[in-house]
Design a protein around this ligand. Structure first.
Ligand code: C5P
Length: 243
């Protein structure tokens, strides 16, 4: 096991998260079946979950992968607490919450996950990468996005949230601040030479691992490849190439 990998993610495969960005359950299932031998985690996002609901999380687990429910919860503490308990009962392994929900909401989420004791790990989202300084200002935040990311990361850490979703650009600062205390999960990754699509700032898998990423979320370079499993396995090798 690489010394950079956290205890629960021992291999390159375990560190690769494939988002099920498909319009229907049948397409998602077919896409997941094609790649599941090469990826450790399947991410169910808002589009698929709103359309298809819990079966989307259930089939992902049946394929032998861990399940990442990316719902970015942000509500009153009682509601978030109950939603976390529901996700635990679904057998989900990772669930996202917005750090900007504040300490009360985050602590309620952490308490709920602890009570259910199913091993679900909460991941806090700080500032969405689609938000710029102007968006923050419009919501009353005068700080630069990087400062707000750090503020919200500390808030999540103090509340006991065990991980963060962050961009590749934020990895080294967050790893330096928190050491191995937090699991860092990073989208916006492109294998060398791959099409960036709408991702503006991309890192290669090896660069992201070197900068401190534990889990890498990689979608289109796998999904849209003529051989998705081979694409996933090439990324696994790139992750494992980092000492
Ligand atoms: O296809 P691609 O590799 O760009 O997919 C990345 C996945 O990560 C998508 O499911 C996208 O919604 C998600 N994501 C992202 N950027 C963020 C947060 C999540 O691309 N900042």
């Amino acid at each position: 096991m690489s010394s950079a990998a956290p205890a629960e993610t021992p291999s390159g495969r375990a560190r690769l998260v494939f988002p099920l960005d498909y319009a229907s359950l049948s397409e998602a299932r077919a896409g997941a079946e094609r790649v599941c031998a090469g990826v450790g985690v399947l991410k169910v996002g808002l589009e698929l979950f709103v359309r298809e609901g819990p079966p989307a999380a259930k089939f992902a687990a049946e394929l032998g992968c861990r399940v990442f429910l990316d719902l970015k919860l942000h509500d009153i503490p009682e509601t978030v607490s109950r939603a976390v308990a529901s996700a635990c009962q679904l057998g989900v392994d990772y669930l996202t919450v917005h750090a900007s929900g504040g300490p009360g909401m985050l602590e309620a989420a952490v308490r709920s996950a602890a009570r259910e004791n199913t091993g679900l790990k909460l991941l806090a989202v700080t500032v969405l990468t689609s938000s710029d300084q102007g968006d923050l200002l419009a919501t009353g935040v005068a700080d630069a996005p990087a400062a707000q990311v750090l503020r919200l990361a500390h808030l999540a850490h103090r509340a006991g949230v065990p991980g963060l979703v962050c961009s590749a650009l934020e990895l080294s600062v967050l790893r330096a601040q928190f050491g191995r205390d937090l699991v860092l999960v990073t989208p916006g990754i492109r294998p060398a030479g791959a099409d960036a699509g709408d991702q503006k700032r991309v890192a290669t898998p090896a660069d992201a691992v070197r900068a401190g990423a534990d889990l890498l979320v990689i979608g289109r370079p796998i999904r849209d490849s003529p051989d998705p499993l081979a694409a996933a396995l090439a990324i696994v090798r790139a992750i494992e190439s980092v000492p």
